[in-house]
Design a protein around this ligand. Structure first.
Ligand code: CAO
Length: 586
């Protein structure tokens, strides 16, 4: 029959007040037997408190930051299977004379752990229990994987040391991972790693060689002492072998110091799943700490924990840190080329300022269009390697013609439709200007149509309506399109189709003033023409200075697609076409 049981903190050694640093379950969660419920952290180790049975968490009694000790109530469990309930009940009976918290340790113990249990008993009477360390003399140690339960082939997921590293006693050397837990293999002595026998991905079981250690002066003696304690000296091989301990060392307290965070199924009576005191190392050399649950989430998302900042106690990486890291990575725009990360990743943000300290300020919300264009322009600016080619076009004759031809068009004949037509002719000659870089950066897409957008300044912000089918239209027709689109844009009534399908853009500030600027390429287009205000300039004609109307042109282009020489050819041809409209018919 299903019973409700109270889960308490088991024996965690001499620690009386250990903070809860992570809750791994919430009320209402269904948990498996041995599933970690929460993580405790002492000064030297993190410990998962496993569920003694399968069931539903009905009453969570702790929160992050609470300090707990043996016997502290963790939660209630209800609805566990009959078998689990029976196990738990049996366990409670068996442990009736044990310290309070031990009632809550996982109940059943597989046969294979009898030796360990014996060793544990010996520890309580005579000192620390030992693993299979068998060295009897100072000299190199071959560290082997200790008893890791029933697992025979567990992958190495992290190497925490390299050859030449100096390690402390109990410092983690490698991390193994079973289906349900990560396990650190600690160093049995202080010393120097002289030879590493494993690499990430290797599959290991008990007895597999981890590394060879040359112990520090005295470390070997310590080990010898230990060996003497358990009388294994006579069996010592010439090449000493030290298996990482599977039971708590003598100091500090047993559970906290336990070097292996064993699998629940491998060491069901071990109580808290202790993690080694030694942290892994971050890319910048700083150590990082992360519990099994966090490591699991990190692996699921392919996150390199050495790159994640920890927000937990003493910089410990918690699940939320991994989630925040993934979120931040996803928020970075993808690069347009080669799959590389977008420029902008890692750019430090501009710090917030308190402008009010310098004088009165007013905060005004940005219009929707301005926010959209800001995001688009930032993306283009950060993704596209920009170069701007400047030139002057002599539009003296063109302006004379434009002014004289006004009667032939219904719409006002401004300079803009001439510019659009001329650019259409240039990009027909130089089709790479009418292309886009493929998303994978491996090719360009050349377009067999010509749609040209023009930047329009509207009360709500910048928009770029697109004039369609430029090659097929006369200047008069283009003038009509420009007038219609400019009016519609200012009225805020552009339709989505008016803004789509552009191949190239023109930004004309000629009606306002200024000379030369660096327009931002309207990606995924590859070039944009900036046009400034024309002015009469003295130009040397070979014999005299003659007054000519010069139009400043600024061609910005995506240097991944357009070479500087091509850009120069573009402005030269455009200048020639604008200088003499008769060339347009050729
Ligand atoms: N040199 C000298 N005079 C120019 C000129 C130039 N390059 N371009 C236009 N002009 C003149 C026009 O001839 C017109 O003069 P008249 O009224 O005497 O005929 C006057 O300036 C105003 O022209 P316009 O700007 O109304 O018309 P347009 O077709 O040249 O431009 C449009 C239309 C929509 C491009 C323009 O109104 C506009 O919004 N420009 C701003 C574009 C912009 O903001 N670009 C920046 C984008 S990045 O922030």
């Amino acid at each position: 029959m299903a019973n409700a049981i109270e889960v308490k903190v088991p024996n965690i050694g001499d620690f009386e007040s250990v903070p809860v640093i992570e809750l791994l379950v919430a009320e209402g969660d269904t948990v498996e037997k041995d599933q970690a419920l929460m993580v405790l952290e002492s000064d030297k180790a993190t410990m998962d408190v496993p569920s003694p049975a399968a069931g539903k968490v009905t009453g969570l009694k702790v929160k992050v930051g609470d300090k707990v000790g043996e016997g502290s109530l963790v939660c209630s469990l209800s609805g566990q299977t009959d078998a689990a309930a029976d196990d738990a009940a049996a366990d409670a009976d068996a442990d009736s004379e044990a310290p309070a918290g031990q009632h809550d340790a996982p109940p059943s113990e597989p046969e294979g752990h009898e030796d360990e249990k014996t060793a544990e008993t010996a520890e309580s009477a005579d000192g620390p229990a030992r693993g299979s360390a068998r060295q009897t003399q100072a000299g190199p140690y071959t560290v082997t994987v200790p008893n890791i339960g029933d697992f025979e082939s567990v992958p190495v997921i992290e190497l925490l040391v390299a050859e030449g590293d100096t390690v402390e006693k109990d410092q983690a050397l490698v991390v193994l991972e079973s289906d349900k837990a990560t396990m650190d293999v600690p160093s049995p002595v202080a010393g120097t790693v002289t030879s590493l026998k494993l690499k990430v991905g290797d599959k290991v079981g008990e007895g597999a060689e981890v590394c060879v250690l040359t112990p520090e002066d005295g470390a070997g003696d310590d080990a010898d002492d230990d060996d003497d304690d358990d009388g294994a000296a006579d069996d010592a091989p010439a090449q000493q072998t030290a298996s990482a301990e599977t039971q708590p060392a003598r100091e500090p307290p047993a559970a906290a110091k336990a070097p292996i965070a064993d699998t629940p199924e491998a060491q069901p009576n071990a109580g808290p799943q202790a993690k080694t005191t030694a942290p892994a190392t971050q890319a910048d050399g700083e150590p990082f700490y992360a519990g099994p649950a966090t490591r699991k989430v990190a692996r699921q998302f392919g996150v390199d924990l050495s790159k994640v900042s920890g927000s937990g106690a003493r910089g410990r990486i918690v699940i939320e840190d991994v989630q925040a890291y993934v979120k931040a990575e996803l928020a970075k725009p993808a690069a347009g080329s080669g799959g590389a990360r977008a420029a902008g990743g890692g750019i430090p943000p501009i710090p917030a300022q308190d402008y009010a300290q310098f004088g009165p300020v007013e905060t005004k919300a940005l219009a929707r269009i301005r926010k959209l264009s800001a995001a688009h322009l930032s993306r283009s600016w950060l993704n596209v390697p920009h170069v701007t080619q400047h030139d002057d076009a002599d539009i003296t004759e063109l302006e004379a013609f434009r002014k004289s031809a006004g009667d032939y068009t219904e719409a006002k004949l401004t300079l803009l439709p001439f510019l659009i037509k001329a650019v259409g002719l240039v990009i027909k000659r130089y089709p790479e200007f009418n292309s886009s870089l493929a998303a994978d950066g491996e090719s360009i897409v050349l377009k067999g149509y010509c749609n040209i957008g023009f930047a329009a300044d509207t009360p709500n912000g910048l928009v770029v309506p697109v004039v369609k089918d430029v090659w097929a239209k006369s200047v008069g027709e283009l003038a009509a399109d420009c007038a219609r689109l400019a009016t519609t844009a200012r009225d805020g009534k552009l339709k989505p189709d008016d803004l789509r399908g552009g191949c190239f853009s023109i930004s004309s500030l000629g009606g306002i003033g200024g000379k030369y600027f660096t327009p931002i390429v309207n990606a995924p287009e590859v070039a944009i023409l900036g046009v400034s205000r024309s002015s009469l300039q003295p130009v040397w004609d070979g014999a005299n200075f003659a007054p000519r109307l010069l139009l400043p042109l600024s061609l910005s282009y995506d240097h991944r697609v357009i070479d500087g020489a091509a850009a120069a050819r573009f402005v030269v041809l455009l200048g020639a076409l604008l200088a003499d409209v008769r060339r347009w018919v050729l």
